[in-house]
Design a protein around this ligand. Structure first.
Ligand SMILES: CCCCC/C=C\C/C=C\C/C=C\C/C=C\C/C=C\C=C\C(=O)SCCNC(=O)CCNC(=O)[C@H](O)C(C)(C)COP(=O)(O)OP(=O)(O)OC[C@H]1O[C@@H](n2cnc3c(N)ncnc32)[C@H](O)[C@@H]1OP(=O)(O)O
Ligand SMILES: Cc1cc2nc3c(=O)[nH]c(=O)nc-3n(C[C@H](O)[C@H](O)[C@H](O)COP(=O)(O)OP(=O)(O)OC[C@H]3O[C@@H](n4cnc5c(N)ncnc54)[C@H](O)[C@@H]3O)c2cc1C
Length: 679
């Protein structure tokens, strides 16, 4: 097997078709990349880190991971994870999270690694839930990787409904211990990343029972394997849950406790406490224990921008070297990106990736601000953060999954091959629709927030100063949408105001439906369920407003004129494409008319044509390198065909011209048939 990354097989200079595209750019790709990644310095650091990885072959895969079985994958990624940590001091500034994340991604790839949940969830969960003494004891060890931890919440029988988790932690004041127990099969912990084989410690969410009373799910920090032998401790049963749709380099696990005793102070006591005599002290806010979930939900929005941006990069680069069919008879085969349908499929994905990039930054900044306020005892903004992170996570993951599939379809047959990298990106990204709060459930959480705003609107106004992204709910709309009446290529305020109208109307509509059901005598909870679909629509509409407002602010702040122009084209595409997405909702109360929807559709086609010459340069500006993309179709140099052939030749099946079992089955079948026909 060649000791090469699959993207570096054959490099014979850039494909002329892709070079031709790059020459058409109306802006400087480095300036655009710096806008997306923060600053020129940050961009330069990315490139230095990528160069470092290229120059160290021990950080590469011995052969394409697509050809590895699961055990090989786990071993390969575990080996590389250790090297990631060893090389970190030389390659990156370890105090900068984004450098660590990028360096790790370049080395470990996208399918998970043994420290995934340790870094993403276990450390944030300790930081949000451990008291100072506990933090002093565990955090340095966690950062130093003296143990590998994970986050065990979901069970076989319950994931969403945390109140019905079945794992129990019963306090025994005589020994000052907790007794962890898995009372039923459905109480088995199921899914925690890295729990199967890699982790030896875990945060466990369990029903806290003291003096016979159940106080609900609380976090505990539990050692589950021996630190020397790595065997599961007596009283703990552990295993891997088996292959999944994606992320198969991650050992998602299962776990059962058999009356397993742990010390009182393994309960994470920053928020709630249990005293030695078993007295329970409640937290300042009942949902403080859920903050690490909000962290990941916020981070996932930015992560989706990466996945969608990568898929769009692959599909757009491929679409300018792939020639298929003619537009003008006998004028020669065209690049498939010249088809309007191909542009309509692909270029909106770039616009969405940009929107999620800015929303991801916004969500994490808001998370940090709110957590800082909480540390000072101010819980006011927790509900706003939970609502926004829930909506953004749900919409970004869903649209990313759909968008990546569009990119894959748009690559025709080659998109179906793992050599394209697209199935791998899809299988990882689509997991985001489920993990960290199933999307529909999160939209319904946002709906709870909108319901409260609806009640406030009905009773005259907000109880407290609304957030920047929810104050529109308290305003009144114009009588008719202004879409198409105030045409300016840079100001979309009138379109965003139309989205605000839709979100406000759908919120009030769901609320009035709910009220009517309740007035007819229906119980509140039943009426909530009977109005869940309208509430989901309202949540989606509210999130659309947030995404467009955040995107518009980011474009306004851009200083490079040429980059700003492209961003204005992208936001125009994003916004008018969204008009198409919510056309029914704009039309159904007569707020907009058919001409306005038609106008928006024309704007989409017009701006697609304008963006077409810049398409390759825009995806180049995402600055993904070939190692990250892991795609033969998305190679920066465009040399796709010879490398597809080289990739196929490196398949283990092609080690043999004749399969060792050939003569036992097919060979014998044909020989027998030939013999028989002679008789
Ligand atoms: C080197 C450094 C690395 C850095 C890394 C950087 C980036 C990494 C980026 C991304 C991650 C990458 C990859 C991820 C890969 C793989 C996945 C990894 C991990 C996955 C982990 C998990 O999935 S963990 C399990 C997650 N599980 C869930 O999310 C369960 C979902 N369920 C719930 O959240 C809740 O049960 C519920 C919200 C659905 C309902 O809860 P319940 O208690 O029943 O509440 P109610 O509905 O009754 O509501 C009560 C009130 O509480 C409010 N509320 C609910 N949740 C919260 C919250 N989190 N915060 C604040 N408030 C909350 C709710 O609004 C109600 O309020 P009101 O009564 O006022 O309306
Ligand atoms: C790749 C991956 C990694 C994961 N990693 C971890 C991990 O590290 N740690 C961990 O603890 N867990 C992890 N999970 C589990 C994950 O958090 C849960 O799968 C998720 O929270 C959804 O819960 P569930 O599977 O019970 O789905 P369910 O809640 O059973 O959902 C099934 C369906 O029911 C619907 N539904 C459920 N409740 C409601 C409701 N109240 N109203 C309306 N509809 C509802 C949902 O919308 C969905 O359509 C992971 C999952 C995946 C896929």
């Amino acid at each position: 097997m060649p000791h090469q990354n699959l993207n570096t097989y054959i490099c014979a200079g850039d494909h002329p078709d892709i070079t031709e595209e790059r020459k058409k750019a109306t802006f400087n790709t480095d300036n655009f990349a710096a806008t997306l990644w923060g600053t020129h310095e940050k961009l330069e650091r990315r490139r230095e880190i990528a160069k470092y990885v290229e120059e160290h072959p021990e950080l590469h895969d011995p052969y394409p991971t697509e050809f590895m079985d699961r055990q090989e994958s786990l071993e390969n990624v575990t080996r590389k994870t250790l090297l990631w940590m060893e090389h970190a001091e030389n390659a990156i500034d370890i105090s900068k999270q984004e450098e660590g994340f990028y360096f790790g991604t370049l080395i470990t790839g996208s399918q998970g690694h043994p420290l995934s949940i340790h870094l993403i969830m276990a450390i944030p969960a300790l930081m949000n839930n451990a008291d100072e003494e506990q933090l002093d004891e565990w955090l340095p060890k966690a950062i130093n990787r003296e143990f590998v931890a994970t986050y065990s919440q979901t069970e076989l029988g319950h994931g969403t409904n945390l109140s019905k988790l079945e794992t129990t932690a019963t306090y025994d004041p005589k020994t000052e211990e907790w007794i962890l127990d898995t009372p039923t099969v459905t109480a088995t912990k199921w899914w925690p990343g890295n729990l199967g084989k890699s982790a030896n410690y875990t945060v466990v969410m369990a029903q806290l029972i003291t003096h016979g009373k159940n106080y609900g799910a609380h976090p505990f920090f539990v050692q589950v394997r021996d630190e020397k032998t790595h065997q599961p401790l007596p009283g703990v049963i552990l295993g891997d849950i088996g292959p999944k749709f994606g992320m198969n380099a991650n050992d998602n696990g299962f776990m059962q406790f058999k009356k397993f005793r742990i010390p009182r102070r393994t309960m994470l006591m920053k928020n709630a406490q249990v005293l030695p005599d078993g007295t329970y002290k409640p937290p300042l806010h009942p949902k403080l224990g859920y903050s690490s979930m909000i962290f990941v939900r916020s981070a996932v929005v930015g992560l989706m921008s990466l996945y969608l941006g990568q898929a769009a990069t692959i599909a757009i680069r491929y679409s300018v070297i792939r020639r298929q069919g003619e537009i003008m008879p006998n004028a020669g085969e065209v690049k498939i990106l010249d088809y309007q349908t191909q542009q309509y499929r692909l270029i909106p994905q770039i616009a969405r990736a940009a929107a999620f990039r800015f929303a991801g930054i916004f969500a994490l900044e808001m998370y940090n601000t709110v957590i800082h306020e909480i540390s000072k005892g101010n819980m006011d903004a927790l509900a706003d953060l939970h609502a926004l992170a829930s909506g953004l996570k749900a919409v970004a993951t869903f649209q990313t999954a759909l968008g990546i599939e569009q990119c894959r379809f748009a690559c025709g047959g080659h998109g179906y091959s793992l050599a394209s990298g697209l199935p791998q990106i899809y299988s990882v990204a689509v997991g985001g629709c489920t993990y960290e709060g199933e999307n529909m459930v999160l939209l319904l959480q946002l709906a709870r927030y909108l319901r409260k705003r609806a009640i406030e609107i009905k009773s005259g106004g907000p109880k407290e100063k609304p957030t920047e992204l929810s104050e529109y709910l308290f305003k009144t709309s114009a009588k008719h949408s202004l879409i198409g009446t105030n045409v300016s290529s840079t100001n979309f305020e009138h379109v965003i105001e139309s989205f605000e109208h839709v979100a406000r109307r759908l919120t009030l509509f769901a609320h009035s439906k709910l009220e009517k059901l309740e007035q007819s005598g229906m119980e509140h909870e039943i009426a909530i369920n009977q109005t869940a679909v309208p509430w989901r629509r309202a949540s989606h509409a509210h999130t659309r407003v947030a995404l467009t407002r955040i995107f518009a602010h980011a474009v306004q702040r851009t200083t490079d004129i040429a980059v700003k122009e492209v961003l204005q084209d992208l936001i125009k595409l994003y916004i008018y494409y969204e008009v198409g997405e919510c056309a029914a909702e704009l039309l159904e109360d007569g707020f907009a008319d058919g001409h306005q929807i038609e106008f928006a559709k024309d704007q989409v086609l017009e701006v697609l044509e304008k963006l077409r010459p810049n398409a390759v340069s825009i995806v180049d500006s995402f600055d993904f390198n070939d190692r990250e993309l892991n795609s033969v179709l998305g190679r920066r140099d465009g040399n796709v065909y010879e490398n597809l052939l080289a990739w196929a030749k490196s398949s283990p099946l092609n080690k043999h011209d004749v399969m060792p079992f050939h003569h036992k089955y097919l060979g014998k079948m044909m020989e027998d048939a030939r013999e028989q026909s002679k008789m």
